[in-house]
Ligand binder design. Sequence first.
Ligand code: TMP
Length: 248
Amino acid sequence: MLKKGPLLYEGKGKKVHSVEGHSDRIILFFKDSLTAYEGAKKGSFTGKGAICRNVFSLVFRYLKTQGVLNHWIEDRGAEESVCLKTHIIPLEVVIRNRLAGSTAKRLGLEEGNSIPSPLLEYYYKKDELHDPFVSEDQIIQLSLIKEKNILPEIKTQAFLINEKLKAFFSEAGIELIDFKMEFGTTSKGLILADDITPDSCRLWDMKDGWRMDKDRFRQGWGQVEKGYQTILEKISQRWKKELDEGLS
Ligand code: TMP
């Protein structure tokens, strides 16, 4: 059993630890806490960390079977996963399949409107600037990231991951409205890092449009725990056995 090392970083939803004797690995610990509006709204429920770890694990294991390189290595206990250590690129890469959230609000457009083809957005990860929206040209011309030469690869990967995840969720009866990704680099190149959980996606029930993701908490709609649990139940029912058996 790998030994957890010191805390490297604590974010709003996760703690990141080093691994003793393995400088190329980290342990992600998923917390029970929920935050919104840059930490201004706080909450939690028992078992939230375990749900998010399990959603993360199923999503990243599925993506591996689909040839999408990512940092997941193995799960550990109920709330942790061992992952490959990467150098994180300071961009939040958001893909939208249907209009919702900040873009709908900023542009005065109706939430739920369809978009002709997936929309890619970048947000520059810088706390003191509140992670502003940035254009592709700004990233390149202003050298916002050192790794700007791999932007075309990030873009290709992001659209590919979106196609894989739309299928992953829709087979479980869920529509993937939008989600956020973060990428990292290792000596072998670009890989998907961070996590994908109900905190960082919008997921609507395909039958009746019931919203199951963090918007339940952001908007104060209640039944946050039920939403998160339902997502995990639906994807587990469709994918867990297949992924556990290493089929797919
Ligand atoms: P937004 O509508 O607030 O811009 O978010 C779009 C999607 O990306 C939504 O599913 C939440 C996710 N997201 C994060 O998880 N963290 C972030 O910092 C941002 C900007 C978005």
